[in-house]
Design a protein around this ligand. Structure first.
Ligand code: ATP
Ligand code: MG
Length: 168
């Protein structure tokens, strides 16, 4: 089920962590580099789980683990210079710390995909154009996922994702 809410949004109900990972992998396969993907949701909503799927689809070596304590983890593929950065802003004391992490430069690098958990902790450092994924806890193993494209290139990405994942 993939209700199309409007041109720039897509909603999905996931019934298991693996389903969330598979959906993430479909998205990860489409990433070219240069994308910023914000993962919003309460503790345990599934932000790291979908990030794992995105990493798997993108082709990361090894599995993504939560970057909560280190704030940011860098992942690579077996070959090539592309990178995937997985950040978690939960423990940020202040938004300026993001500059110290060098994330600002990474977010402007066309060879880098950036995933951010708890993006709302530092809204001022986020680019205006991004894919926003909101995960809501429905039941023990059910999550509502809401994808929203912000910016023309993300609209195109969301359309491609809809086709790849749901064939519509
Ligand atoms: N449908 C589902 N999709 C994703 N995760 C699910 C689902 N059902 C159950 N879960 C469970 O919910 C938990 C989600 O944990 P996860 O670490 O991804 O949360 P998080 O949003 O990253 O939290 P935090 O804010 O602590 O980083 C996992 O234990 C996972 O197994
Ligand atoms: Mg997490």
């Amino acid at each position: 089920m993939a209700p199309i809410l409007d041109d720039r949004s897509l909603e999905f109900i996931s019934r298991s962590p693996e389903q969330t990972r598979r959906l993430g992998a479909r998205l990860g396969q489409l990433l070219q580099g240069g994308e910023v993907i914000c993962l919003e949701g309460s503790l345990g909503a599934g932000k790291t789980v979908i990030a794992q799927g995105i990493g798997r689809g993108w082709g990361a070596v090894g599995r993504l683990v939560s970057p909560s304590f280190v704030l940011v983890r860098e992942h690579r593929r077996p070959t090539g210079h592309q990178r995937l950065l997985h950040a978690d802003f939960y423990r940020l004391e202040q938004a300026q710390e993001v500059w110290g992490l060098g994330l600002q430069e990474w977010m402007e690098d066309p060879a880098v995909v950036v995933l951010i958990e708890w993006p709302e902790r530092a809204p001022e450092v986020l680019p205006q154009e991004r894919l926003w994924i909101r995960l809501e806890f429905a039941e023990e193993t059910r999550r509502r996922l809401l994808f929203t494209a912000e910016g023309a290139s993300y609209l195109a990405l969301l359309r491609a994702f809809r086709r790849a994942a749901f064939g519509v």
